[in-house]
Design a protein around this ligand. Structure first.
Ligand SMILES: Nc1ncnc2c1ncn2[C@@H]1O[C@H](COP(=O)(O)OP(=O)(O)OP(=O)(O)O)[C@@H](O)[C@H]1O
Length: 813
């Protein structure tokens, strides 16, 4: 892969202390980070103790880097293998693993034994601590076991920010903290007894853990930091922090401590705040780098081009975040720019049951298997239990699966990958299925007792954004029972109902916007919702004007009369014939019986070519033989009654051709299309050129006022407006040059001509149209029709009346 200029510049930048690489999803941040290692290793590791650290937040990403770079065929492959095996001056680790090793050294140094407590023990411990302090803080409602998860989270936050004492906690701003909603205990006012109680609870909880020989994760981080500060500082000459938007303040502080600030050393923050999906992250919440001691003015580089996904997927994903003020207002927000890579628009499907969703995955995966390897496909869901459930069901359907979790995911296995939304960050797959985009799952408002609603919305919206931007080529999204509210934020025109069809996902049309309402017996009928959606799609997506649609179209089946829900009636040779039949059923009622009915209706007509049966959830599109097809055709101009006269104009001077379209109702309204570019020609004020008669009459000697009609034309077709006239061609002498009887020619009045001009020449008082060819003292007037002979005349006997500058040939009368 060849880096682009902005990427290469960053890779090869002379290291100069701290710097920030901001970039949109898929802009090559990780790619640049990896290449940068080679560059730094080669040019800026001069002393024996010089070394480089690449730290990632997410373990799956680390394994993925491993996997991706093992696949590389170039010389870098060797380097990266050496780095990953630890057999070089380059260390690539997750922040957790790195800090854990410092923590172990801390324990050893202090001859301590501590283990990391599991989640269940943490819950028990916090509840014990609550019970012990309850009496002392009897008036603090928050001190209750029912707020355990809130309290645990707050304590984790205090530690992840490295807040040293109660006084500091009393004064600190809480970004995104719940301020008193439905399940919210209460507002965490500064300098309050509530904060005092929480801080005391933290102290008690830590004591209880310590007594059990345990620590939680955040304390492990604090002890690792202490180890770095006291003993192991300045260990790395160059540090590159991928996904730095997700790190806590303590983690960032730790990395700062182990950075060796040599004159040629560097610490590089790689970040995309739009992908910050952890509530304890420090920089991702928009806090400035100065809060961790770095001034990034003039030190930031930006990557804006998304190389990963197609324009269609990028646009839909961007549509999701562009209305989120928190995201757009973030100082480090970068607006993505698109590269010219096109593909399918994201597909969205809604299901009533889990099983329907599974059947859909199975069907699509079976299809995709013809083009993709199974390991190029990944199914993503918000929660672990959901992906486990999907994996089990797909296995039952005979599709091998591999759940990618934090341990050692097997990326190369011949199986469909499954991963949670949090863990897919940094990864990419050719085809992505975002499953269970359900109300209650995304966003999960149970979290509102910890974070405030806005914060939860923003964070979960970012999660969906992260998921959407993982797809190289194909993105499927689906929900079960009730869709996530975020799906409504995506412009439906950027989504599709199925892969190879233009049809947009099902949408309810407001009753006030129903079409054909005067013909409806019951506007409230359930099937009507589906029919109106299809009418909307036929008009807006497939561009059939309402005039060609008809509802309750009667067909005769032997002795029975049937009524097709929607018929698209096109115009052929002045006759209106049915072309598409649509059968609709009420929502979720299935399409099997509707398809059978459709087939029988279609068999009654010799004309109808396509059929659609849908219940809004599923769709069947068939041809006239009843065979399934991908899509119906969009409306073509020739399906509609002719409303315009169409002519072709040839500009002989510039040798260009135009379509010249005149409204049948108003001949002065014209539209001119350049045939080469297909673009309409701009024409402010057309010139009205007089149509003065036929060629035989020639041009008048002087200005005339008595003409019946004019031809509106753009000024640049003419040499001079007042000397231009239109004549109608009568004979066929120029037919081989495409000038036919009945055509109109634009003639510029002039007495001279040059070789090859088509002229109106007057001989013996009669005008004729011929090609002009001077030969010595004579002139040849050459017809373009082999049936006629050229006329040779003395120059003095030929009077040139004008030169033909353009020909208007009418295609349809
Ligand atoms: N200059 C380039 N030309 C072609 N492909 C590129 C280029 N730069 C990056 N890519 C490809 O774009 C994809 C995204 O790259 P990478 O994972 O490094 O981006 P990222 O910014 O770290 O993404 P994210 O933050 O979304 O995880 C990869 O498939 C990578 O190979």
């Amino acid at each position: 892969m060849k880096l682009n200029v902005e990427q290469r510049k960053i890779v090869e930048l002379e290291p100069n202390g701290h710097m920030l690489i901001k970039g949109v999803a898929g802009s090559g941040k990780t790619t640049v980070a990896i290449r940068r290692i080679s560059f730094l290793q080669m040019h800026y590791c001069m002393e024996d103790d010089d070394n480089i650290l690449l730290v990632t937040f997410n373990k799956t990403l680390l394994n993925y880097i491993h996997y991706q770079y093992k696949k590389l065929e170039d010389e870098e492959k060797g380097d990266i293998e050496a780095w990953l095996s630890g057999d070089s001056d380059v260390v690539i680790k997750t922040i957790d693993k790195l800090m854990f090793s410092y923590f172990m050294r801390y324990l050893k140094r202090h001859q301590l034994k501590r283990q990391i407590a599991d989640q269940q023990t943490l819950y028990k411990t916090i509840q014990q601590a609550i019970m012990q302090l309850k009496e002392e803080y009897a008036d603090i409602k928050i001190l209750s076991p029912k707020y355990s998860s809130f309290l645990l989270d707050e304590i984790a936050w205090i530690k992840s920010c490295g807040i040293p004492d109660e006084v500091s906690y009393q004064q600190i701003d809480r970004i995104g903290r719940s301020t008193g909603g439905r399940n919210t205990p209460q507002k965490l006012t500064k300098n309050s007894k509530t904060r005092q109680a929480i801080y005391q609870l933290k102290e008690r909880y830590d004591e209880l853990l310590e007594a059990k020989g345990l620590v939680d994760f955040k304390t492990m981080n604090l002890l690792a930091l202490q180890q770095a500060q006291e003993v192991d500082q300045s260990s790395y000459t160059h540090i590159i922090i991928d996904e730095s938007q997700d790190l806590t303040k303590v983690q960032l502080h730790f990395l700062k401590t182990i950075h060796d600030e040599k004159s040629y050393g560097s610490i590089t923050f790689v970040a995309d705040n739009t992908q910050s999906i952890y509530s304890h992250s420090w920089l991702g919440k928009g806090r400035p780098y100065t809060t961790i001691g770095y001034d990034m003015s003039g030190k930031a580089r930006v990557l804006t081009k998304n190389y990963r996904t197609t324009t269609e997927i990028s646009k839909a994903a961007y549509g999701l975040i562009e209305h989120d003020e928190d995201i757009m207002g973030n100082v480090d927000f970068v607006k993505p720019s698109l590269i010219d890579r096109h593909g399918h628009a994201p597909i969205y499907r809604f299901f009533l049951t889990n099983n329907e969703q599974i059947q859909f995955f199975k069907q699509e995966i079976d299809q995709l298997r013809q083009e993709y390897r199974l390991e190029d496909i990944c199914i993503v869901a918000k929660e672990k239990r959901l992906i486990e459930d999907i994996a089990m069901n797909l296995e039952n359907e005979g599709i091998p699966t591999e759940i990618l979790h934090q341990k050692q995911p097997d990326f190369g296995k011949e199986a469909v990958n499954l991963v949670t939304m949090h863990s897919i960050k940094g990864l990419e797959f050719k085809a992505i299925f975002l499953a269970h985009l359900d109300d209650g799952v995304l966003p999960n408002m149970a979290q509102v007792d910890v974070e405030d609603e806005e914060t939860v919305n923003t964070e979960e919206r970012k999660l969906l954004y992260v998921g959407m931007t993982r797809a190289n080529e194909l993105l499927y999204m689906s929900s079960v029972k009730k869709p996530s509210k975020f799906l409504k934020e995506i412009n439906p025109n950027q989504l599709r109902f199925k892969r190879d069809a233009s049809l947009r996902p099902f949408q309810k049309i407001a009753i006030s916007n129903y079409q054909f309402s005067e013909q409806l017996l019951d506007v409230n009928a359930k099937e009507e919702i589906i029919r109106q959606w299809m009418i909307y799609q036929l008009i807006h997506t497939y561009q059939y004007p309402k005039d060609v649609l008809s509802i309750e179209y009667g067909v005769q089946q032997f002795s029975k009369r049937g009524y097709v829900d929607i018929a698209v009636m096109i115009h052929v040779d002045g006759e209106q014939i049915p072309y598409i039949f649509v059968e609709t059923k009420s929502f979720g009622n299935g399409v099997t019986s509707a398809t059978e009915q459709l087939k029988s209706y279609m068999s009654t007509s010799d004309h109808v070519r396509y059929g659609i049966a849908t219940d809004g959830l599923d769709i069947s599109i068939i041809d006239r033989n009843g065979e399934p097809i991908n899509d119906i055709p969009k409306c073509q101009p020739h399906f509609l009654p002719e409303t315009k006269y169409k002519s072709t104009y040839t500009d002989l001077r510039k040798n260009k051709e135009y379509d010249y379209l005149q409204d049948k109702d108003d001949l002065q309204t014209v539209e001119i299309i350049d045939q080469t570019t297909g673009l309409a020609k701009e024409m402010d004020q057309p010139i009205q050129v007089p149509i003065i008669g036929d060629v035989a009459a020639g041009l008048p000697m002087s200005a005339i006022e008595d003409y019946r009609d004019t031809l509106p034309v753009p000024e640049d077709w003419l040499i001079q407006a007042q000397d231009t006239f239109v004549l109608q061609v009568t004979g066929d002498s120029m037919i081989d040059d495409g000038i036919e009887p009945g055509d109109f020619v634009l003639v510029h009045r002039q007495q001279t001509a040059t070789n090859g001009d088509i002229v109106i020449a007057v001989i013996d008082g009669e005008a004729t149209i011929k090609k002009y060819m001077p030969m010595g003292n004579t002139i040849l007037l050459v017809p373009a029709n082999t049936n006629y002979e050229p006329i040779q005349m003395n120059a003095d006997d030929v009077f040139i009346n004008g030169k033909v500058i353009g020909v208007m040939h009418r295609n349809h009368m």
